[in-house]
Design a protein around this ligand. Structure first.
Ligand code: TXA
Ligand code: MG
Length: 350
């Protein structure tokens, strides 16, 4: 198994040494755990793709700890500076014109590079100690659930573990969904909904368009990680069209979602439930297991719990997970994006 180590001074130093030698170290960020490599070392970058079984057309995010590190990596304009002033360190990744110093493998040959300053003390300490930027995708095999705890990383990489030196344990991730990705190549375009709500970006820089796939090139979506089928649990997942109807005490009343669940249950299927609030208490009805993203319905808490809830349900050998939709405002946009992809991935068996 991949060792999971506490982020002591000594382990941070060891991690920096492993990274300098071209090896991979998984580290915590406020969004999800990353699988880090020296962003300026093409061989180290190749190991990321190998460990994740990730296609080379999916570019990486380069993580920095000081704004001055950007001078060597990318160009930045007034809009970028304004966004960095307000939201960095934090869950916002900016796609900017790159310099020649960034290896092609980090950007999949694109003329832009994705950069972010994570808001996690362990990530920042590690980048500073390493002395070079860290390329880091989420630390999960390609297309699978993102890790929000050190154990998620360890448990998902059993067969490629030798490529990963160790995981630095920074506890559970506070944001819990990946960073919001904003392209500033031209007019601002939201490439991935994430931990920073679109509304907060628009309040600062004005309208932000939503990305669309290029209909001519469905194999090359604008943000490659936006492929349907990303973030899929092994268990099939079905996203209901509407939230459950509840009575005055918050208990579910018969409606299309519950009727579907009852029918599947009677047919002998082992079902899981993923909902926003706790709807079932000690009487889970047709469900073998239930998870609530946030008992109080708080979107921040819901996003932070999303992947941990999915990981837990995924371990139970269920036949099907039913997921309840949430309202698509604020962090709800990122939560629904991940749930749709989980549902699409399970439909095509990714
Ligand atoms: O929260 C996060 O962003 C986490 C943590 C570890 O920082 N990282 C993460 O990385 O989610 P990853 O590799 O799972 O997602 C990177 C995505 C790519 O799939 C792609 O959509 C986008 O970032 N991306 C990277 N470089 C790009 C570029 N030059 N142009 C457009 N999209 C890019
Ligand atoms: Mg990922």
């Amino acid at each position: 198994m991949i060792p999971v180590l506490p982020p002591t001074e000594e382990n941070l130093r060891r991690a920096a040494e492993e990274l300098a030698a071209g090896r991979l170290v998984s580290f915590p960020t406020e969004t999800v755990y990353g699988l880090g490599a020296n962003a300026l070392d093409p061989i180290a970058l190749a190991r990321i793709f190998e460990a994740k079984r990730r296609p080379f057309f999916d570019p990486l995010i380069v993580h920095i700890a000081e704004r001055s590190s950007l001078d060597a990596l990318c160009a930045r304009d007034a809009r970028a500076e304004k966004l960095m002033d307000r939201f960095w360190p934090g869950p916002l990744t900016l796609v900017l014109p790159k310099t020649g110093a960034v290896p092609e493998l980090a950007t999949s040959g694109l003329p832009t590079v994705a950069v972010r300053m994570p808001a996690h003390p362990v990530a920042l300490a590690l980048i500073r100690m390493a002395g070079f930027p860290l390329a880091a995708p989420s630390a999960n095999p390609f297309g699978r659930l993102s890790p929000t705890e050190a154990a998620h990383v360890r448990d998902q990489f059993r067969d490629t573990e030798s490529l990963i030196a160790f995981v630095l344990d920074g506890g559970p991730c506070s944001v819990g969904v990946e960073s919001t990705i904003l392209s500033l190549e031209g007019d601002p375009v939201l490439l991935r909904a994430g931990g920073l709500p679109r509304e907060e970006i628009e309040a600062l820089i004005g309208p932000v368009a939503l990305s669309t796939m290029d209909p001519e090139r469905p194999d090359r979506p604008l943000a490659p990680g936006q492929l349907p089928g990303h973030y899929a649990p092994r268990t099939r997942l079905r996203l209901l069209e509407k939230p459950l109807t509840r009575d005055a005490d918050g208990r579910p009343v018969p409606g299309s979602g519950m009727i579907f669940a009852e029918v599947m249950h009677k047919a002998g299927m082992k079902l899981g439930w993923l909902g926003l609030r706790d709807a079932f208490g000690s009487a889970p009805g047709p469900f073998a297991a239930t998870e609530a993203l946030s008992p109080s319905g708080d979107p921040r808490e819901a996003a932070a719990n999303l992947f941990a809830c999915l990981h837990r349900l995924d371990r139970l050998g269920l036949d099907l997970i039913l997921a309840e939709p949430v309202e698509e405002i604020g962090l709800g946009l990122a939560i629904m994006d991940r749930l749709r992809k989980a549902a699409a991935g399970s439909a095509v068996g990714l």
